[in-house]
Design a protein. Structure first.
Length: 212
């Protein structure tokens, strides 16, 4: 049997082939998907249980727990929707966007700015806010909003939809007119500060007061 060098083995290794990278990416995506689904189900289950407890018991402590769970559950599902919206936009545009081996918080993929076009960046960017507003409409139509915590979970997902829109739409607009995606994102982070979040919270509070 002829000897095969280490370089030759590495050259044909499945891990280095396109098919190998695709399998690895799919495996990571499945793992992250299961974790995110479990997190969303756990958060919604805790909130739903607390909402029923508050409704049936009439206890002040139960109402407080239900409201806190509404904020927590709304935040979890809103940020998950946002990240999966970005990911869907990236994959729909066929952008180079490998799933991370070690996800950081809600962040699950790496959008390769240097390998992707501005059009792909725009599609990826618009996916996030689009997912958040879709979630807000789903929550609005699926819940009767006849308890304080039901109104608050709707207000929370709406608040985050407003917040991400205030932050990201200026980026989308500037890149659409030719600005560099990476430089624009960095600049937007510096100039916006906490303003998008404060605007989102203010709008969410108003929505909650209207809904209850």
């Amino acid at each position: 049997m002829s000897e095969v060098s280490t370089e030759q083995i590495n050259e044909v290794s499945p891990e280095d082939s396109a098919k190998g990278r695709k399998r690895r990416d799919s495996a990571r995506l499945k793992k992250i998907g299961l974790k995110h689904a479990a997190a969303a189900l756990a958060a919604l289950t805790l909130w739903g249980t607390a909402d029923v407890w508050a409704t049936e018991s009439g206890l002040l402590i139960a109402e407080i727990v239900a409201l806190l769970n509404a904020i927590f559950a709304g935040t979890v599902i809103a940020y998950l929707a946002h990240e999966w919206g970005h990911f869907a936009g990236a994959r729909l545009s066929k952008a180079v966007s490998p799933v991370l081996k070690q996800p950081e918080s809600f962040f699950m993929f790496n959008f390769k700015d240097e390998l992707n076009s501005e059009g792909q960046f725009l599609t990826m960017s618009m996916g996030g806010p689009a997912a958040n507003w879709t979630l807000a409409f789903i929550v609005f139509f699926m819940l009767p909003l006849d308890t304080w915590s039901q109104a608050l979970i709707f207000a929370t997902v709406t608040s985050i939809a407003v917040s991400v829109s205030v932050f990201e739409f200026p980026i989308i607009n500037r890149v659409a007119y030719g600005a560099s995606p990476k430089e624009t994102v960095d600049q937007r982070k510096k100039e916006s500060g906490m303003t998008p979040r404060y605007i989102g919270i203010a709008v969410g509070f108003v929505v909650w007061l209207i809904a209850i």
